[in-house]
Design a protein around this ligand. Structure first.
Ligand SMILES: [Zn+2]
Length: 301
């Protein structure tokens, strides 16, 4: 069973990562940063890696996640198109390199980097991402969050109330959801991958139940007008997030039901309990098997 887990997690690396690990080592000169206007004073920047959230206004740019280091100049240029002043805060939704890769540059430029305590803890030492078979070296001190929180933190900034809430053991063990209360926008970090199987980093504390709970936490503060920025994928709304949460729950329950009947992981994969969702999202059988293993892993742990 352990072996199958390895195999399926290995496959996971091929498809799950929005091709980030391979491309991270490639030239990013062709990547363009696209600016999406989300609400008054709030933007989503799309390039390569996790979607960036941006609040602009009288106090200066407040950035949620910063993609990869080679993109910092382009990200700054995109920010300068809609805002004056230096970036004052960078909030990391979690430790992954496609969301924190620009930290070193932003830190050197004088921004305060803020994240959950476990983000700093993980970035401070070498990590190994089993799903991608990739070593992630410890970040230099300037790239580490210098303000950390455990439960959450609130910023009064740019006329906004920016509420940052930690959700436990979801995509990792250090996830934050960021709520721009006045603008009615929520950045979900990687607790939300729109219209595809999410990557759940079980090796650093992620779990299917935490993912479902994270969506529930966010849905509780949303209304029909709320704009939702996913970690990966297009700008969304409450119904998109609800559909995704319900899909996760249906798949989780289908795997749990077979586990309850004493089926092994191999048997559960062979039974294809989440096939309908894989087809609905246009994902291949390897991705489907991998996500079954991810759910299984979370339920066993
Ligand atoms: Zn991630």
């Amino acid at each position: 069973m352990r072996k199958l887990h390895k195999i399926t997690m290995g496959l996971a690396g091929v498809w799950m990562c929005t091709a980030a690990p391979l491309k991270a080592r490639q030239d990013m000169s062709d990547v363009e940063i696209r600016t999406v206007s989300v609400a008054e004073g709030i933007y989503m920047l799309v390039g390569q890696g996790g979607n960036i959230g941006l609040s602009v206004g009288e106090n200066g740019p407040f950035v949620v996640d910063d993609q990869y280091a080679p993109l910092t100049e382009k990200i700054l240029a995109a920010i300068a198109e809609v805002s004056d002043g230096e970036v004052r805060f960078v909030l990391n939704t979690h430790w992954h390199f496609d969301h924190t890769g620009g930290n070193e540059n932003f830190g050197e430029a004088g921004a305060f980097i803020v994240a959950h305590e476990n983000v700093r803890r993980r970035m401070s030492v070498d990590q190994f991402m089993e799903a991608f078979d990739r070593a992630v070296p410890a970040a230099p001190p300037i790239a580490l969050p210098i303000i950390t929180f455990t439960e959450g933190v609130t910023f009064r900034w740019n006329g906004e109330t920016i509420r940052v809430v930690h959700v436990e053991n979801a995509h990792t063990d250090g996830d934050a959801i960021v709520m721009f209360e006045n603008a009615n926008v929520v950045h979900m970090g990687d607790t939300f991958f729109r219209d595809r199987f999410p990557f759940i980093d079980t090796a650093t504390g992620g779990s299917i139940d935490g993912m479902i709970a994270a969506s529930g936490t966010a849905l509780a503060v949303m209304d029909g007008e709320t704009q939702v920025i996913p970690g990966h994928g297009a700008l969304s709304n409450r119904e998109d997030l609800r559909r995704y949460r319900d899909a996760l729950k249906t798949m989780r329950d289908a795997v749990a039901e077979l586990m309850g009947r004493g089926r092994s992981l191999e048997q559960i994969v062979a039974a294809r309990p989440i096939r309908a969702q894989a087809e609905a999202w246009g994902q291949n059988e390897a991705a489907e098997a991998s996500f079954v293993a991810t759910i299984h892993y979370g339920l066993v742990a």
